[in-house]
Structure formats: C-alpha cells, structure tokens
Design a protein around this ligand. Structure first.
Ligand code: UDP
Length: 281
C-alpha cells in the first residue's frame, strides 16, 4: 500500500513543515509507505533529500486563493498521484500527536465509502440550519437551510487515490465556475467540500473532531491530529488582510441575533419550498 500525503506550504506557512513531517513520519500510518508531495514556493525545505519527500514548485497565491485553489494545485501532479493507493490532504499546521492506523482513517469499502473527512469541532452535533455552509445561491457550494447533516473541516481529508482525484476535479470545476461568476464560497474550499459531502454522504467516512482538533481547547475527543494555533508562528491577520474597521456594538448585536434566530425561519422556508441537495446543482 502506498499513501500520498498532499501538503501545501507557500510563503510563511513553510515554518510548519519540519514538525509536521516529523510527527507524521512517527505517528501517521506507521509501517506504511508514504510519499509527501510538498507544494511550495520555497527553494529548499527541511528533509528535501529524504526519499519520502517530493517537493513540487508552487507559486504563492494571495489569500484566499492559497487555500481555494488547492484542488487545481494537486491536479498539476495528477499523473504522479495516480501511482498512490490513497491520498490525504493535511493543512500545513497539523501535528500527528497519536498513532493513527489504517483502520482509523482509511475509507471502508464494505460500507460504500471511498472518501474520508473529519467533523469540525465547532459544529459537532449542531442542527443543520446552524452550520456555516455557504448560503449564497450564486455559489455552487450553496446549501439550503433544511439540508446537510455534518459540517466537516477543510484541514484533513482523503480517500482512495481514484476517488480523491475525482473530488479534486469536481471541486476545482465548481470553484472555477464560481470564480468566472465573480463568486467565492463563504469558507472557500471547505464550503465546496461540505456541499459534496451533503450530496453524496454515503461515500464519506466522517471521522470525529479528534482528527482536526484545535490546540489549547478542552474537548472530549482523543486528540490524533492537532491543529496548531497559527498566530503563535505567523502573522495571520496580515496574510488574510483581515484588519478591517471594528464593527460597532449595535452592529455586532444585530448580527448575533440574526445568526441565532434567522436560521429557524430560513429552514422553515426551505422546507416549505421542498428544497433538496442534488448532485452537481
Ligand atoms: N496556505 C499556504 N500559504 C498561505 C495560506 C494558506 O500554504 O499563505 C495553505 C496551507 O496549507 C494552509 C491551508 O492553505 O494550511 C489553509 O490555510 P489556513 O490554515 O490559513 O486556513 P484555515 O484552515 O485557518 O481556514
């Protein structure tokens, strides 16, 4: 069995690579042949000369294209990636903090699964109409309020190589079609992924939030993949250009009220309208 790990680190994010590599070598599928496909604009990275590391030049996109365009980035190496049996994408700032075996994370074909995602800790067991899906009808990632079951994190996902490359093609086509219409889904690639999970839920093995678990957060799941707090290492605000003006008190209260109560009404509306999630719509 050969597993390909897809890793993007452009710009400041290369700082996370050495610890990522070390922790994954130690704990992620020990004993399994792994190749790390590292998409980076860095001329050199640690462990460059390790036979398990394949560095692939990738120019640095500005935010949010650095995350949004990930499917296109992977597809540039599609031929090579086809030599793997399984492919997993991991965010740059993950650490594998406990041993993960194939039984823990491979899709289970006997259940019809060929893809794997991890539930987002912040939305574990929340009602679908409170999930932060994209709600903009102009985006291919849009979800009606009466649909969906889980909200998955964009930071760790994978599957059989064949299924994962299909996912990359599907979501890349949708992302590009959105961009051509001048639209970016609410949470970028994560919104596109969540729409696909809602369309074809049986194909996805959904791991618990311990497989994408923010550090320094008390929670009841056994930590396997820890999400390091980026701001301890890099200037996230500058990278994501989110230093806009502070919202007023009244505005913040109004937005919170909308967030807490409006979804009930919108769910009732979409149920009355008989809205459904169909593949490719
Ligand atoms: N990324 C990158 N360079 C950037 C921004 C993002 O390489 O300048 C990649 C990196 O793999 C990162 C992923 O895009 O883990 C998602 O970005 P980020 O973790 O900041 O997004 P979040 O998960 O916080 O939404």
């Amino acid at each position: 069995m050969k597993v390909g790990i897809l890793y993007i680190c452009t710009g400041a994010y290369t700082v996370f690579w050495p610890d990522f590599f070390q922790s994954f070598q130690q704990n992620f599928l020990p004993g399994v042949e792994k190749t790390y496909y590292v998409f980076t604009d860095a001329e050199r990275i640690d462990h460059d000369d390790d036979p398990a590391v394949r560095r692939i030049y990738q120019k640095a996109y500005d935010w949010p294209y650095s995350t949004l365009k990930r499917f296109a980035v992977f597809l540039q190496a599609e031929e090579e990636l086809r030599s793997c049996d399984y492919l997993y994408f991991a965010n740059a700032n993950l650490l594998c903090t406990a041993q993960i075996t194939p039984a823990d994370v491979l899709p289970r074909p006997e259940k019809g699964e060929d893809l794997v995602v991890a539930c987002h800790l912040g939305y574990w067991h929340k009602k679908p109409y409170f999930l932060p899906y994209d709600r903009n009808p102009r985006s291919r990632a849009c979800m009606p309020y009466n649909a969906g079951q889980v909200y998955v994190a964009g930071g760790f996902n994978g599957g059989t190589a064949q299924a994962f490359l299909w996912l990359c093609h599907t979501l890349n086509d949708r992302t590009e079609a959105d961009l051509a219409d001048g639209v970016i889904a609410r949470w970028h690639d994560e919104s596109q992924l969540n729409r696909l999970v809602a369309e074809q839920p049986r194909r996805f093995r959904v791991l618990d939030p311990g497989y994408c678990m923010p550090e320094d957060v008390e929670q009841p799941f056994a930590p396997h993949l820890l999400v390091r707090q980026k701001s301890k290492w890099i200037n996230v605000g500058a990278i994501k250009h989110n230093e806009g003006p502070r919202r007023s008190f009244v505005r913040r209260k109004w937005e919170a009220a909308c967030e807490n109560y409006l979804p009930y009404l919108l769910c009732a509306r979409d149920t009355l309208l008989g809205k459904k999630v169909k593949s490719g719509q």
